[in-house]
Design a binder for this molecule. Structure first.
Ligand code: HEM
Length: 498
């Protein structure tokens, strides 16, 4: 057995060395104020990753719209006002366009061979260009409209069956299954929802991937204590999830490479990426690992965010019957009482569009956007921020700032009827998709799905709560994780409109 004294002799000098380096690095920096931390671990022990945005919001009330944290040996800053978000993401866009290299995210993204987690630089520029031009462009998004229309109609049929037998609908489940089917058909040409075993395996793998994305690995912040992650079994868990996902993507690629595969006239994203791999049009030589990493981006970034936002929109509308009535009247009147509304119809509904904006303001799926990292030292709000500082932009706090939003906690779509604030990254008061170079490139796809799903749910049915339940009983508890899922399913009674 290894003697405890031996462990102490080895680790003590290392601890002292790191502590000394850490003090030396930050003694002279002019980071903004922030809560005092402990040596070595800094503020890590004070933060709870499941409700970090709320904790950071509380801290911003004490330390101001720009404050600093010490995450182990890594400095971090938190931006909580629209003015400073503009200064960071617009005026200093280049300096703030990095992403920290975190163990779980790097492993699952094949060391950043995709967009979300690759560091800022030439590779990121190229892979983002490939995806924006060939995969996520408005043209490509509209080519997939037949898939969206078909699957939304299927969902309406399923809910109609519930309605005709007065059966309660679990909206979380229905919407998760819908958005997963849509993205899987768009990305892989098939869905994994039909057969129960396949479905639960697929969702299990995806949920674990998201959990691993969000898990705090000590080694990211205090490298010499990385062995604790191993003891906690995190490395084995990560390896298992990576292997499972890798086999899944490989099967998808093999299916697409099979010359006997039945092809449809609409190519899916895997087809597009495999063609690009053959054509070699870009300076990156695309490999299967690049394709797998980009497929992960699509799956994880698209499925949950869209279903979660739709669930929250329904929660908000059920809690606000006045708004529900008003938006349904608009949709049904301007929609000409059609059975199914398509993407063109929806562009004619200003109040409906305001409902979507108000949902994204109050119930944004990514309250802290996705962590950034400074590429080089820069000045913000007069403070000198060193290179490699982790940056949180607390959109949750920005969207609830009483200096900007009147009655910020109220669900009031009207606020968007007489102002031009939009979520496309120009107005820093409303940034559910982020802003600057790293802004969400999936926005056209997300909005196309959100619009179609919500408009048709509101057009086809009148919505009631299960017997004995009042609007005050609908809880807004969230699950920990990257996307803000509603913790308890939303159960509702659909009544057919006609
Ligand atoms: C309601 C739906 C969605 C929301 C609210 C959302 C939000 C976000 C946010 C906040 C970011 C970080 C932006 C930043 O750092 O400034 C992001 C990045 C990203 N999103 Fe989305 N997203 C949604 C849907 C989608 C969809 C449907 C896709 C793709 C199919 C997608 C793909 C991505 C990618 C690839 C990035 C990383 C971009 C980069 O780092 O260059 N997202 N998203």
């Amino acid at each position: 057995m290894v003697s405890p004294h031996l462990i102490l002799y080895i680790t003590l000098p290392m601890l002292l060395l790191f502590f000394y380096q850490y003090r030396r690095a930050f003694k002279n920096s002019t980071l903004p104020p922030g809560p005092r931390g402990l040596p070595i671990i800094g503020n890590l022990h004070q933060l709870n990753s499941s409700s970090l945005y709320l904790q950071l919001w509380q801290l911003s009330k004490k330390y101001g719209p720009l404050f600093s944290l010490q995450l182990g040996l890594r400095p971090a800053i938190v931006v909580s006002s629209h003015k400073l978000a503009r200064e960071a993401l617009k005026d200093n866009d280049l300096e703030f366009s990095g992403r920290p290299k975190l163990l779980g995210q790097q492993k699952l993204s094949y060391n950043g061979l995709e967009m979300i987690f690759s560091p800022y630089g030439e590779f990121w520029r190229q892979i983002r260009k490939i995806c924006v031009v060939h995969v996520l462009s408005s043209r490509r998004v509209s080519r997939f409209s037949s898939i969206r229309n078909f699957e939304v109609k299927q969902m309406i049929k399923r809910i109609s069956l519930h309605a005709s037998s007065s059966k309660v609908t679990n909206l979380n489940e229905v919407l998760m299954s819908l958005t997963s089917t849509i993205i899987c058909r768009i990305a892989f040409g098939r869905s994994y929802e039909d057969e129960e075993t396949e479905r639960s395996k697929f969702h299990g793998m995806l949920n674990e991937c998201q959990a691993m994305w969000g898990t705090l690995f000590i080694s990211d912040y205090i490298p010499f204590l990385g062995w604790i992650d191993k003891l906690r079994g995190l490395h084995a868990r990560l390896e298992r999830n990576f292997k499972e996902l890798d086999e899944f993507y490989q099967e998808v690629i093999d299916e697409h490479m099979n010359p006997n595969r039945k092809t449809t006239k609409n190519e899916d994203i895997t087809d597009v990426l495999l063609q690009l791999k053959m054509q070699r049009l870009y300076s990156i030589d695309l490999t299967n690992d690049h394709i797998k990493a980009v497929l992960m981006d699509m799956l994880v970034a698209a499925t949950d965010t869209t279903s979660t936002t739709t669930v929250w929109a329904m929660v908000a509308l059920l809690k606000n019957p006045r708004v529900m009535k008003k938006v349904q009247e608009e949709i049904r009147t301007l929609g000409g009482k059609k059975d199914f509304l398509d993407e063109d119809d929806i562009q004619k509904f200003p109040y409906f569009k305001a409902v979507i904006k108000e949902t994204l303001r109050l119930y944004l799926p990514a309250p802290l956007l996705v962590q950034r990292e400074t590429n080089e030292a820069c000045i913000i709000d007069g403070y000198e921020i060193p290179a490699k500082t982790i940056v949180y932009v607390n959109a949750w706090a920005i969207h609830r700032d009483p200096k900007v939003w009147k009655d910020p906690d109220e669900f009031l779509p009207e606020r968007f009827l007489d102002n031009t604030i939009d979520f496309r990254g120009q107005d820093f008061e409303l940034i559910p998709f982020g802003a600057g170079r790293r802004i969400c490139p999936g926005m056209p796809m997300a909005i196309a799905s959100l619009d179609l799903i919500l408009a048709n749910l509101l057009n086809s049915f009148n919505w009631e709560l299960p017997a004995g339940m009042t609007k005050e009983d609908i809880d807004t508890e969230m699950l920990p994780g990257l996307s803000q899922h509603k913790k308890n399913p939303l159960y509702v009674l659909a009544k057919c409109r006609i």
